[in-house]
Design a protein around this ligand. Structure first.
Ligand code: HEC
Length: 256
């Protein structure tokens, strides 16, 4: 029995190694779920830059009123003229076109934050780089050979990969390893830092807002749910515990 266990655990080792090899470091997405203005900006970026290819059918436009947007604002800033506010955020493009144009159908993004996690999305949207071997001219650090072009490139600018030559000790051959990305051409949100380098803070903020909106879409009730959770805990602590204590005293009074 023990031998069998040892063999089974050994069999798992290569898997773990493979998993950690392909892993790119993920940057931590700032949590802004309690910041309605950040979520509104995220919704706007989503409507302007993503909705042409991706839908979010579990999200109805009028639900955006929960974020503090008025119906008029939603209509004039976020919607195509033909839609009504009670409708879900449907994709503008036909699925078959997506497949033909990009080699893959852009998935619905309603629950993408639950599938990928906020940190993955935050890193993904900031690590597109130029790659002439790809049909779109773009590749991505966390999604190798991705079918999606860098739709935010005007805002971010263009990044190019930086390679390092490493000798493979097993084969003796030299290999190119992608070690980092460098901003080659600045975008609309790029600022020039004091030392003359590029400052990407504004782009990072824009992506953070968008990612928070994606998280919000995946579970609009999340913040409320957490608040209810705290309220229940407080109730138990300050109301139920004292009541139980006094009840116990009352019951035992005659016995002592
Ligand atoms: C021009 C069309 C297009 C636009 C616009 C677009 N995407 Fe995509 N997206 C795609 C395609 C195509 C894929 C599928 C890529 C693949 O599977 O190789 C994709 C994939 C993705 C994925 C990965 C899904 C997965 O498989 O886990 C995410 C996340 C994503 N897009 C987010 C966004 C966001 C956020 C925006 C807006 C800023 C956006 N996309 C705008 C075409 C687009």
């Amino acid at each position: 029995m023990k031998k069998w266990l040892a063999a089974a655990s050994l069999a798992l080792v290569p898997l773990v190694v493979v998993a950690s090899e392909g892993g790119v470091h993920l940057d931590r997405a700032p949590n802004k779920l309690r910041d309605p203005e950040a979520l509104q900006r995220g919704a706007q970026t989503f409507a302007n830059y993503c909705l042409s290819c991706h839908g979010a059918v579990s999200m109805r436009y009028n639900r955006l009123q929960d974020l503090g947007l008025s119906e008029a604002q939603i209509k004039s800033n976020l919607m195509f003229a033909s839609e009504k506010v009670g409708e879900p955020m449907r994709v503008a493009m036909a699925a078959a076109d997506g497949k033909a144009w990009f080699g893959a159908t852009p998935p619905d993004l309603s629950v993408i934050a639950r599938a990928r996690g906020a940190d993955w999305l935050y890193t993904y949207l900031r690590t597109f780089y130029r790659d002439d071997s790809r049909p779109t001219g773009w590749n991505n650090l966390v999604f190798d050979k991705v079918g999606m072009p860098h739709v935010l490139w005007e805002l971010q600018g263009q990044q190019v990969p930086v390679y390092e030559t490493v000798k493979n000790h097993e084969t003796g051959k030299e290999e190119q390893h992608l070690v980092s990305l460098k901003l080659e051409k600045p975008g609309l949100l790029t600022r020039v830092a004091e030392d003359g380098g590029f400052d990407q803070t504004d782009y990072d903020t824009r992506v953070a807002d968008l990612v928070n909106y994606l998280v919000y879409m995946g579970e609009p009730a999340k913040v409320k749910r957490e608040q209810i959770g705290y309220a229940v805990l407080l109730f138990l602590l300050f109301i139920l515990v004292p009541i139980s204590y006094f009840l116990k005293k009352e019951y035992w009074r005659d016995i002592h």
